[in-house]
Design a protein around this ligand. Sequence first.
Ligand SMILES: C[S@@+](CC[C@H](N)C(=O)[O-])C[C@H]1O[C@@H](n2cnc3c(N)ncnc32)[C@H](O)[C@@H]1O
Length: 232
Amino acid sequence: MPTWLDFWQNENEFDDSMTANYAFFLDRVETYAPLSPSTRVLDIGSGPGNLEDAWHSRVGDIHGLDISKRYNEITRAKHAGHPNVHIHDIPADDYLNFGPVADRQFDLIIVMSVVQYYRSAAEIEQLLTNIKAAAAPGGRALLCDLIVAEGVLGDVLSILGRSLRQGQLLSMLRLLFRLRFSDYYSVRQQNGILIVPERDWLAMCKRLGIKARFIDEPLTLQQERKNLLLQF
Ligand SMILES: C[S@@+](CC[C@H](N)C(=O)[O-])C[C@H]1O[C@@H](n2cnc3c(N)ncnc32)[C@H](O)[C@@H]1O
């Protein structure tokens, strides 16, 4: 039975389509995460390198971590000429092992559209522990596009509404249609997707002594999805 890990390792419908969602995020993120030429950035689940493409010339070092060697190769190839971009493979069966960045501290940590592919809330608590260890004093982390409640229909309607307002309705409809008949749909049917309610996120942060709050405005096209800001 194919898993999420297999899905990301193969060519898939998200390869190009993530860019539209990312543009929406990039337009808003700096309200919560101010950048400077010395900002050290960690991008957990860096995928095809959307953040690295947008920020490599605006910040200090950017380190990306991903389980997909295929995405990591794509990002490395695009940034071969940028010595401040560092992309690390993390093991698909040990993805909470952040060994490649263990001795580093970061001012800004971004986790975009990743934790829904984790297996349990306990893994998320470990992720928060890792983030706390990696954050520099005064640093911030943004965990984005979090699925906090059941409801595929609401998710779909909200992304269509926003795409319409962004003038991207047709390309989003095309993506949703392709997804319905793709491996994404069958992998999601078989493996499910992790849903962690807002109160559970906040309770975990409290247990770990992390200052956390959900941001009011949407940072991604799916309005039902939430975005959590951590401050250290
Ligand atoms: C929807 S893509 C998002 C990529 C990127 N953050 C963006 O928004 O453009 C999900 C990414 O998470 C990665 N991923 C999935 N499970 C992961 C895990 N357990 N640890 C690290 N990365 C993971 C996938 O390989 C894929 O690159």
